[in-house]
Design a protein around this ligand. Structure first.
Ligand SMILES: CC(C)(COP(=O)(O)OP(=O)(O)OC[C@H]1O[C@@H](n2cnc3c(N)ncnc32)[C@H](O)[C@@H]1OP(=O)(O)O)[C@@H](O)C(=O)NCCC(=O)NCCS
Length: 323
C-alpha cells in the first residue's frame, strides 16, 4: 500500500526576537506572569519585509534542502495559515511562484492552530489517492499583524514563523512498522466559534480584524479535546502512549501541553517543547517544533511521532507518523 513518508523538514523565523520583558512598557504585564502562566519566554515578530509568503518560502526551501530535492520534484503545495498575504489568491500559490514552480497545484488550508495537522492529513489523502507524489506541507503565520497590541490577555501569547515538511509516496505493508502517516483523527465544532476568533473579515466588516479570545474558556476545553482525539488515533493504530517515541504538540501553553501529556500517560522526556522560544505560532507551531527536534537529532528515522493541535473554531486533531 501507499504510505506518505516524511522526507525533509525546515523552518524559518523572523529576524526580530521580542522577549517577555519587552511588553512591560506596552501593557500591564511582567516577564514572570507570562512565563509562569504560559511557559513563553520570547517570540519572533515579523518585520515589514517579512510576510507569511516569504517565511513560508524560506521554510519550504529549507525543507527541500533537507530532503535533497528541488521545487521541480514537488507536485502539490499545501499551506496551512490563518494570516494569508491577501484574501486571495491563496498564499500557497504565491509560494509556489516564489519557488519557481509553474507545474502542479497549490492551495491554502484554514483550520487556525490545527492547520498543519489538518494539512498533513490532507496531503496524505492526496498522495494515497494518487493525485500527488510529493507534497510540500507548510505552516506559516504572521499573527503579529492581527493582534490587538493593547490587549495584554492575547498580545503576549502569539508569535510569527513558518515550518515545512516534504511528504512523498512510499511503499508500505499496512503494518504499524511502516514508515509514513499511520493514522489521523480530525475534529471541529463551531459552537465554540466565539471563544477564539478574529473580529473582522471580507464578508462582514471588510477589514482584517483582530484576534479575540476567552483564554480561560479555551484552556478549559483544550485538554479534554486534545486527549480525546489522541486516544482515537491510538485506537486506530492499535498502540498505546508507551509505543510513542515523540509527542510534538501544538505549542500554545506549557500548562496545556503538560496536562495533556500527563492525562495520556506520555513520559515528560518524550514531549517536544518549543513554546518558550516561539510562543504560539498557530499553524506554524507543530512544524517549527518538529524541525527543531529533527535538527537536534532527537527525532530519527523509524521513530513513532505523534502530532497534535487544537485551535479556533474549535478545530482539533492528531496525526501519527513513523519517521
Ligand atoms: C490566557 C491564559 C494564559 C490566562 O491564564 P489564566 O491563568 O487562565 O488567567 P486568567 O485568564 O484567569 O486571568 C487571571 C488574571 O490575569 C490577568 N491577565 C491576563 N493577561 C495578563 C498578562 N499578560 N499579564 C498580567 N496579567 C494578565 C487577567 O486580566 C486576570 O486578571 P483579573 O483576575 O483581575 O481579571 C490562559 O487562560 C491560557 O493559556 N488559555 C489558553 C489560551 C490558548 O492557548 N489559546 C490558543 C489556543 S490555540
Amino acid at each position: 500500500m501507499i504510505r506518505s513518508v516524511v522526507r525533509g523538514t525546515g523552518a524559518a523565523l523572523p529576524r526580530r526576537i521580542m522577549k517577555n520583558a519587552d511588553f512591560e512598557g506596552m501593557v500591564e504585564t511582567s516577564d514572570e506572569w507570562i512565563a509562569q502562566r504560559t511557559g513563553i519566554r520570547q517570540r519572533h515578530i515579523a518585520g515589514d519585509d517579512e510576510t507569511t509568503a516569504s517565511l513560508g518560502e524560506a521554510a519550504a526551501r529549507a525543507a527541500l534542502a533537507n530532503a535533497g530535492l528541488t521545487p521541480a520534484d514537488i507536485d502539490l503545495v499545501v499551506l496551512a495559515t490563518s494570516t494569508p498575504n491577501n484574501t486571495f489568491p491563496a498564499t500557497a500559490v504565491d509560494i509556489q511562484n516564489r519557488l519557481g514552480m509553474h507545474h502542479g497545484f497549490a492551495f491554502d488550508l484554514q483550520a487556525v492552530c490545527s492547520g498543519f495537522v489538518y494539512a498533513v492529513a490532507t496531503a496524505d489523502l492526496y498522495i494515497r489517492g494518487g493525485l500527488a507524489k510529493r507534497v510540500l506541507v507548510i505552516g506559516s503565520e504572521t499573527f503579529s499583524r492581527i493582534l490587538d497590541w493593547s490587549d495584554r490577555s492575547t498580545c503576549v501569547l502569539f508569535g510569527d514563523g513558518a515550518g515545512a515538511v516534504v511528504v512523498e509516496a512510499g511503499e508500505g505493508t499496512g503494518a504499524i512498522a511502516d514508515r509514513g502517516v499511520l493514522a489521523a483523527s480530525l475534529r471541529s465544532d463551531g459552537t465554540h466559534k466565539d471563544k477564539l476568533f478574529v473580529d473582522g473579515g471580507p464578508s462582514t466588516t471588510g477589514t482584517v480584524g483582530h484576534l479575540r479570545m476567552e483564554g480561560r474558556e479555551v484552556f478549559k476545553h483544550a485538554v479534554g479535546m486534545i486527549t480525546d482525539v489522541i486516544e482515537a488515533t491510538f485506537a486506530q493504530a492499535g498502540i498505546t502512549a508507551d509505543d510513542l517515541d515523540w509527542f510534538v504538540p501544538h505549542q500554545a501553553n506549557k500548562r496545556i501541553i503538560d496536562a495533556s501529556a500527563k492525562k495520556l500517560g506520555i513520559a515528560e522526556q518524550k514531549v517536544v517543547v518549543t513554546v518558550d522560544l516561539h510562543g504560539n505560532t498557530s499553524a506554524a507551531s507543530v512544524p517549527l517544533a518538529l524541525s527543531v527536534a529533527v535538527a537536534d537529532g532527537r527525532i530519527k528515522k523509524g521513530d513513532l511521532v505523534l502530532l497534535e493541535a487544537m485551535g479556533g473554531g474549535f478545530t482539533w486533531g492528531a496525526v501519527l507518523v513513523r519517521w
